[in-house]
Design a protein around this ligand. Structure first.
Ligand code: FMN
Length: 352
């Protein structure tokens, strides 16, 4: 097991994860308005294609997806997490979509927590699965070996490093030393066995940040912007600091803006870099809008959380199938037959 320095005790981490699930399901954690309502899909009343022929499939890093959809990084490490990860993994496998797991730090430190992540690969042997841990842990004793360890734990296809300075600053006892992280992220991109993706947790990635990340070899940027779940609100609420909850709730970069800025940075640096749109994607129409703004995939957390808490995966499978069908219908209504035809429209100006 790799070297680590515990910055929070394990019971503390497990309790925090339970609080996160509870608070993310509280509607006050959600943005007041959708950032996608200012856009309207360019409708085509004469699409000249058949709905049955609309094909949403694509490949990322050699793996086939039935739809450009990813279940966002959420959980693991607790009994709650075990059930949610089991259902999400079964759904990802059945529906042919990608999935991120929640932060695996607890899985490095605690053997029985590790199993709540390993089961994801067991139930989703073919799905595109992304590992997850905070980049800031590079300043708290975790090394390349720790990150490779969590990749191997779930035989991941990629690893997400999350950047969450605002969340850590609002979390009592949070890990707030973000010094010199870019050079350490650069080392991970050259040493790890899988592509490195970087995400926020609900406060967005700017042009400048995306550019610096792509320049050091990051293979994917996930916006996790403002417009959906606010982790600032979640942490401030946990700390019972009403003022901080109010001041910081919508701090950051809106998801639509973050997609556009990341796309600009990608075009100027790593042309093969992926952009994953997330933060307030609340259905496939939002998802298609984000693809037109420049993303390659779209991802959501809270819309999949509640259904994944059932005792069986039926409801989450049904939810994801509905999103997949919704995307096909949205593409049909624009006359778009496949993912390539969306790519050709990327950057097109569309608004209400
Ligand atoms: C219950 C819950 C737990 C989360 N845990 C993590 C995590 O461990 N690591 C991470 O990178 N993001 C985590 N996130 C953030 C999501 O991946 C996502 O970026 C954010 O919720 C915005 O998406 P949404 O608006 O669709 O919810 C979590 C989100 C939720 C709802």
């Amino acid at each position: 097991m790799p070297h680590k320095k515990k910055s929070e005790n394990l019971e503390g981490i497990a309790k925090r994860k339970g609080d996160h699930i509870r608070l993310c399901l509280d509607e006050r954690s959600q943005a007041d308005a959708s950032v996608f309502s200012k856009y309207r899909l360019p409708y085509n009343a004469l699409p000249e294609i058949a709905l049955d022929d609309v094909d949403t499939s694509l490949k990322i890093f050699g793996k086939a997806l039935q739809s450009p959809l990813m279940i966002a990084s959420m959980t693991g490490g607790s009994e709650h997490g075990r059930k949610i990860n089991t259902n999400l993994a079964k759904a990802a496998e059945k529906c042919g979509v990608a999935m991120g797991v929640g932060s695996q730090r607890i899985g490095i430190e605690k053997e029985d927590a590790k199993e709540t992540f390993e089961l994801v690969r067991k139930y989703a042997p073919n799905a595109f699965i992304a590992a997850n841990m905070g980049a800031v842990q590079l300043n708290y004793g975790h090394t390349v070996e720790s990150y490779q360890y969590i990749v191997d734990m779930i035989r991941a296809d990629a690893i997400y490093l999350h950047l969450n300075p605002l969340q850590e600053a609002l979390q009592p006892g949070g890990d707030t030393n973000f010094e010199d992280l870019l050079s350490k992220i650069a080392t991970l991109t050259s040493k790890l066995s899988v592509p490195v993706f970087v995400k926020e947790v609900g406060h967005g990635i700017s042009y400048d940040v995306a550019k610096r990340l792509y320049e050091v070899g990051v293979a994917g940027v996930d916006t996790a912007g403002v417009g959906g779940t606010s982790y600032a609100w979640v942490e401030a609420e946990r700390a019972r600091n009403e003022k901080f909850a109010e001041w910081f709730k919508d701090c950051g970069i809106d998801t639509d803006e973050s997609v556009k800025q990341s796309a600009k940075a990608r075009n100027e640096t790593n042309k093969d870099g992926l952009i994953i749109a997330s933060g307030g994607i609340r259905g496939p129409v939002d998802g298609l809008k984000s693809l037109l703004l420049g993303a390659d995939l779209f991802s959501a957390a809270v819309p999949f959380l509640e259904a994944a808490m059932d005792d069986s995966p039926e409801r989450i499978i049904e939810t994801i199938e509905n999103w997949k069908m919704g995307l096909r219908i949205a593409m049909f209504s624009m006359g778009l037959q496949n993912i390539d035809s969306i790519q050709q429209l990327k950057g097109v100006t569309f608004s209400k």
